[in-house]
Ligand binder design. Sequence first.
Ligand code: SAM
Length: 282
Amino acid sequence: MTEKTRNNGTLYVVATPIGNLEEISPRAVKVLQSVDLIACEDTRHTKKLLNYLGISQPLTSYYREKEQQKAKNLLQKLQDGKKIAMVSDAGTPGISDPGAILVNMARHAGIPIVPISGPSALTTALSIAGLEDSQFFFAGFPPAKKKARKTFFKQLAHLPWPIIFYESPHRIEQSLQDCLHCLGDRQGMLFRELTKIHEEYRQGSLSELATGCTGKNRGEFVVLVKPAPDNTTDKPEDLDELILWYQSRPDMTLKDAVQRIAADLDLPRTRIYKKALTLWKK
Ligand code: SAM
């Protein structure tokens, strides 16, 4: 330990439940009880957890919009020797949640950082997804704006692994539609309200999942999209050849082929459809 770090405090990065409060770990409780300060996104939200646990440690807000500025204040306190726990509204801080800025500042300042592991919607969904090959790609939240969201999905289209992303109730329908448009009608899974009373998971093609998500949606979602079954390197890039290539795939319909080619080549569906009508089943 250097002179500079001797009087430093400790930053604990504490995972909290994503729904069911009984999922808080005994170690997390011990840490929350013992720190000088708890930094959280929404003090009202975290207060509910602390009331449930009978903990009355002081709270301070640390949220995305003011992350940089708040992190500086917290760093000062850590350098003054305080022990601080950082939590997010739910799950593990730093996973699609604030946390990275303070962690990086603390590391640069030589402050000890202790992760208190626990729930995350990502690992909870994966634990029941049944992926035999444990590789996957976590994409976080799709962007809120439609154009950026489509670009986001197009960038994911050629990955050979299952893709997992987070979505909120008011954008799930639109995100599934855009995902379908850009990735084709792949198989997927939808996990809703994990660990909560209305926990639900569904499996099916993206079009089936999107159809089941129309209207008012409640709860938080994790979406898993399987790789395209024909994600192979022999896929042609020429439109005519690609139409014939899709035609030779088992169980491929003209409609599905048009949708996939639109995503593959970033061409309007009407143009592909016209061409496909002349080539399909010749
Ligand atoms: N840091 C958190 C974690 O470790 O999972 C994620 C925080 S992110 C701001 C919130 C998103 O996580 C939600 O919009 C939803 O996509 C997902 N999520 C959180 N809780 C969930 C739950 N109980 N069931 C399904 N998804 C959930």
